[in-house]
Design a protein around this ligand. Structure first.
Ligand code: ADP
Ligand code: MG
Length: 730
């Protein structure tokens, strides 16, 4: 079997759920529909603007336009006075005369400035783009309605790129209504399509469509029980509400739809896998597993480890393919679960592989696995990018012959067409380092896909797991091995560096070791290495005596040198390790008791927690010191405070999500997380939980009887066109 033939959630589709929709808000319809018309055919758009809409906002059809939602609404009747501006004012709408149009600056800093006077005061305006459009269309001295976000320049309030409208004679009935404001790009604004006049397109579209073009998809029972307004009304009211109440109702309905369909989709993928996928059967617990358990296991498994092993054993015994996500905090003992699962595979005649994101980590896995196995007759090898050709050849032939039971490696494993005789289980450690692309490589066809266990380095908040990994079954290790001491974490400012260094000295004089971690500077690689080198020299200057040794590893170092430097630290030859985040995952040096993290404010919370997990692995009390400059923002203080207050990775992950929002959480972007358009996994947590329960009920009802009230609804969720099958969205 070809290794690249691994697949993430491959299974035989049942007849109905063959091809499913993309995870956008689906506008479900199979007949040729006016909503499928290209956007250029909408009155007022035309080919040129259509081109812009496609390029800038990915709006191709009428339907796309309908799904481009306003992000705010403006009460047109409310006009601010310039005199009333105060430091709290954010957005304002003012009516006044535009005067003093001037172009200033040269090529690069060329900008157009103007003044707006409303009788109560004056306000500066600036444009950096679309200058010629303004010049052509604005008549100096005339009255306009302006809208925009206030900023301050040299202490004076001003608006950059305001939205401008001609003053219209009041239309009857135009009072007291909410005008939608849409997200648009600077380029669109420069061509005269502003967030406000964008609504003209949507308004034209609504004059062309009726309820029939946007029929209801939910069964009556859901509509009633959840008190939802119809689909058509919801779309109309989210664009053109007549009050905030109707806007909220519309938003609720559409969020409900978005979340419910997402949960149904994931539920169906899981159910399908449980019912219809083909998987190898690990039918028995054999000699290897049992001997290991009774003779080699150096400690008692925690209750959580046992439970997860049971879950894995159950999955792999069904004849269906396992696709399981294993979450567990740093140091909770995921490796042991991985090893015992691989022994289970071996007992049943199958090979396994364990993929790690870095060579260092792969090597450590190999070492600890060999160590734990002792004299058990299980072939284990390591394959990475730097494995020598001769060794590689031997390993490859042993893998192909099947005598090699466990192959540990980096993602070099995927890239090479490694042939296995009988690969039954693939384990991916520290999953978030494997981006969408790497995962895509895992998905190619194979006769029967091996079981897959994905282990995450960072606990994932529940809501995020439900949306980003909803297609996987999940196991959680929520219990730490006994006797762990919490890591004492503090935040220190630059001024205390001498005390921090003294503390390290004290620790290493007692025989401990220390890490000093530098953040990656994303903007400039050069700057980053300069910074790291300076840091390294600095540390050496703090520890000048010949008895102290400092080693360093970073990502750009040749693998061999990295390995040597790492090994020196592992074996205790050096006391201090200066490193980048390559050290982040998995590395195990139980004697290390201090970690200093430089410029700690530059890291995400979960990443800091992950880094911190490198200490506190032995019996000694361990410390983590978060260093920042003397000036720290209140926000950074709060974030670092979270880490000082708790050692619970799940709590930290929740807080991280709360503070930074879903878009920024490490791993979500690469993980192919579903992008929700309207709902927000933070603020709509309850709705998400609710739709999950409803989705489960619907799927259960459908499984119980083919002739159920949801059948028609579920049928509609299946694209008859060639869509992207959800199974491919791993
Ligand atoms: P992680 O979940 O972060 O990958 P590891 O698997 O590296 O954690 O385990 C961390 C440490 O805890 C290792 O030294 C491991 O041997 C030890 N360990 C794992 N399970 C237990 C247990 N049940 N009791 C005691 N120590 C354990
Ligand atoms: Mg680990």
């Amino acid at each position: 079997m070809i290794f690249s033939g691994l697949c993430f959630c491959e299974f035989t589709w049942s007849r109905e759920w063959n091809c499913l929709f993309l995870p956008e808000i689906p506008v479900i319809s199979f007949l040729p529909n006016i909503l499928s018309n290209p956007v250029e055919y909408l009155k007022g758009v035309g080919p040129q603007r259509a081109d812009l809409l496609k390029k800038e906002l990915n709006i191709h059809t009428f339907r796309d336009l309908l799904n481009h939602f306003p992000y705010r609404y403006v009460d047109k009747t409310k006009i601010n006075l310039i005199r009333e501006i105060n430091p709290e004012t954010d957005f304002i709408q003012v009516k006044g005369r535009l005067t003093d149009l001037n172009i200033i600056g040269d090529n690069r800093s060329r900008r157009l400035t103007a003044t707006l006077r409303d009788g109560s005061g004056q306000l500066g305006l600036t444009w950096f783009q679309g200058i010629s459009w303004i010049q052509k269309n604005i008549v100096p001295g005339k009255e306009y309605l302006l809208f925009g976000k206030l900023s301050y320049f040299l202490g004076q309030p001003q608006i950059t790129h305001p939205e401008i409208e001609n003053i219209q004679p009041d239309e009857p009935g135009a009072r007291n209504f909410l005008e939608p404001v849409y997200p648009v790009t600077e380029k669109l604004k420069a061509r005269g399509i502003t967030g406000r006049n964008f609504g003209k397109f949507t308004a034209t579209l609504f004059s062309l469509i009726s309820e029939n073009d946007l029929p209801e998809i939910f069964p009556g029972r859901i509509m009633e029980r959840e008190k939802l307004i119809s689909r058509f009304l919801a779309y109309r009211d989210i664009h053109f509400p007549d009050s905030l109440i109707s806007r909220d109702r519309a938003l609720y309905r559409l969020k409900f739809e978005e979340l419910l369909i997402g949960q149904l989709k994931y539920g169906m993928i899981r159910t399908n896998r449980h019912l219809h996928s083909k998987g190898y059967v690990f039918g028995k617990v054999g000699e290897l597993f049992n001997t290991f358990y009774s003779k080699h296991l150096p400690f008692q498994l925690t209750g959580a480890q046992k439970r997860v092993l049971k879950e894995i054993r159950k999955d792999t015994g069904t004849g269906h393919q396992m696709n399981r996500l294993l979450q567990g905090d740093v140091g909770s003992g995921k490796t042991m679960v991985a090893l015992m699962s691989m022994l289970l595979a071996a007992d049943n005649g199958y090979q396994s592989c364990l993929m790690a994101p870095t060579e260092i980590l792969a090597k450590q896995h190999l070492d600890s696995i060999r160590d734990l196995l002792g004299d058990l007759p299980v072939g284990v090898e390591l394959l990475t990018g730097s494995t020598k050709a001769a060794v590689r050849k031997k390993i490859l032939s042993r893998a192909a012959e099947g005598d090699l039971k466990i192959l540990v490696g980096t993602h070099a494993l995927i890239e090479t067409a490694v042939q296995f005789k009988k690969l039954g289980l693939a384990i991916i450690d520290e999953q978030h380092r494997f981006g969408v692309e790497q995962r895509a490589k895992l998905r190619e066809k194979a006769d029967i896909a091996p079981h897959i266990l994905v282990m995450t380095a960072t606990p994932i908040p529940r809501t995020l797991a439900m949306t980003a990994y909803g297609d996987l079954d999940t196991s959680i290790i929520d219990e730490m091995p006994p006797g762990r001491q919490p890591i004492i974490t503090t935040h220190r400012l630059e001024d205390s560096r001498p005390q921090v260094m003294k503390f390290i000295r004290h620790q290493i004089e007692q025989g401990r070791q220390a890490y000093i971690i530098f953040p990656l500077i994303e903007e400039s690689e050069k700057l980053f290495y300069e910074n790291l080198m300076k840091g390294y020299e600095n540390v050496k200057a703090w520890f000048p005596e010949p008895k102290f040794f400092v080693s360093m590893v970073h990502g750009k170092m040749p693998a061999e040198q990295k390995e040597v430097n790492m090994q020196r630290f592992v074996s205790g030859d050096t006391q201090i390790m200066v490193s980048t985040t390559v050290i982040e995952v998995g590395v195990n040096v139980p004697n290390a008791s201090v970690m200093v993290i430089e410029s700690a404010e530059k890291f995400g919370l979960s990443q800091l927690h992950q880094l911190r997990g490198r200490v506190g692995r032995g019996s000694e009390k361990s410390y983590c010191i978060l260093l920042t400059g003397n000036k720290v923002s209140a926000e950074a203080r709060e974030r670092l405070g979270v880490l000082c207050a708790t050692n619970d990775g799940f709590k930290i992950a929740e807080k991280d999500l709360e503070l930074r929002g879903p878009g920024d959480i490490e791993g979500t972007r690469q993980s192919g997380a579903v992008q929700l358009k309207l709902a927000n996994i933070l603020t709509d947590k309850l709705l998400l939980e609710k739709t999950k329960i409803i989705a489960e009920k619907i799927i259960a009802a459908d499984k119980a009887s083919p002739d159920n009230e949801f059948r028609h609804f579920l049928d509609q969720l299946i694209s008859r066109k060639k869509g992207v099958p959800w199974s491919r969205i791993a």
